[in-house]
Design a protein around this ligand. Structure first.
Ligand SMILES: [Ca+2]
Length: 226
């Protein structure tokens, strides 16, 4: 009788443990090549129309015409969206994106820059999740002169918990001129990362409770036999 009960409890505990171990794997969100250390845009998507790829690249450093050199925040490579030389610098084309599982937060380093301030057309750096704008930084916030202006490497962490429950989310990074003429502006990116969805507390409590029950049952059976 006791052996049969113990077998049932054992089975239940095993199922619980399987759920506990499988859940984080199934819910794991990740960004591949978020540090760009492959040296290219592997794992990132660009525009589907090749002739409209825009200005998006992975580089080891960049020197502007005034001699200012920007190096990666970490490692040997960073991404560069936008251009100070291209005649077409459209934000909606200067884009990289990646799809992942829903996640609680997104973090990254950016260095937004702009040359030759113009009141119009506007230019900016923007992060979108699906079709929502979740972060933006405008040229007017830094650039009030004809000189090169930049934010320097800046850390951002965004709360994406509103998206928990969706099967997947697409995270896009865009930078450049809103209407795409020749405003020299863009952004450097590095260390893009997401945090995996934590296991709901109820599942952990239930799982650890069942494990505790198994322990108590084993102890009780042990006492009865002696
Ligand atoms: Ca890097």
């Amino acid at each position: 009788m006791f052996e049969k009960e113990e077998l049932i409890v054992k089975k239940v505990c095993l199922y619980i443990m399987l759920i506990l171990f499988a859940f984080p794997l199934s819910a794991k969100a990740s960004i591949a090549n978020g540090d760009f250390e492959t040296g290219d845009l592997s794992s990132w998507e660009r525009n589907l129309v090749e002739s409209l790829l825009g200005n998006a690249d992975v580089i080891d450093s960049y020197t502007f015409e005034d001699g200012t050199t920007i190096n990666p925040y970490a490692g040997n490579y960073m991404a560069m969206l936008g251009s100070d030389t291209s005649l077409i610098n459209m934000k909606r084309l200067n884009k990289i994106k990646q799809t992942t599982k829903a996640t609680t937060s997104l973090e990254f380093m950016y260095n937004f820059w702009s040359y030759r301030h113009r009141l119009y057309p506007p230019s900016s750096f923007e992060v979108r999740v699906n079709d929502d704008s979740v972060f933006s930084f405008s040229e007017s916030e830094i650039d009030q002169s004809n000189e090169l202006n930049s934010t320097g490497w800046t850390y951002v962490s965004l709360d994406l918990s509103d998206y928990i429950g969706e099967d997947s989310i697409t995270i896009s990074f865009l930078a450049g001129d809103e209407y795409g003429v020749c405003s020299p502006t863009g952004v450097f990116l590095d260390n893009i990362n997401v945090h995996a969805t934590p296991i709901p507390g109820a599942i952990w409590l239930f799982g650890t409770g069942m494990l505790g029950l198994w322990g108590m049952r084993r102890k009780k059976i042990g006492c009865a036999r002696t």
